[in-house]
Design a protein around this ligand. Sequence first.
Ligand code: SAH
Length: 216
Amino acid sequence: MRLKYVDNARELIEAHPDLVIDKQDNEKLYYEDMFEKKDSPIHLEIGIGKGQFIHELAKNNPNINFIGIEKFDSVIVRALEKVIEEPLTNLKLIRVDAQAIPIILKDYTVERIYLNFVDPWPKERHAKRRLTHRGFLDIYKHLLVPNGEVHLKTDNEFLYNYSLEEMIYNDMEMLYHTEDLHNDNYEGNIMTEFEEKFAKRGMKIFKLTARFKETK
Ligand code: SAH
């Protein structure tokens, strides 16, 4: 029963340590212990919500190892339900706040970071919580391999413009950007739950792809 799962989110998470890592300590995680194909590249999604995007992406790309981070039990449990129903050896979920990334993941190991429909935090006093604030960009800079990419999708024009500016200001270059993804010639887009909802309402979806410039 779905509702029962949400009531018992904590119990369900604790019952599936093989599928979702419930990170409570400050120990580093080792990809060798997490994935069957130990030499595959690592792609990470932060704020996976109910997990539709990362689950489909992982299913379509068996030679990439995917990590999905989400801070709330009540949300990640929905993603967990998906992997219980259809387990994938190249997908691991981690219940943790993205702030913990430098503590739990090894530097220079991730090829791609996805941020989908993350909270815009419109008030200036909350700017540090935006997942494209310079504090987080600095975390990504250390986590990504050279030429590693950050992919952002949002319905929020403010967050899109803020992210463009913040990234350029912090030595990143744009590889792709659009203010209307669904009417652009972008192949292979996988919709997230939020994206489906916003697209049905006729809202435009913004996307950008960026990477850090090589510093010599
Ligand atoms: N990506 C999903 C959900 C978007 S809502 C979709 O597109 O449908 C944004 C999600 O990011 C929420 O589930 C929220 O809990 C999560 N989130 C926001 N800040 C986070 C952080 N600092 N660490 C981990 N998850 C975060």
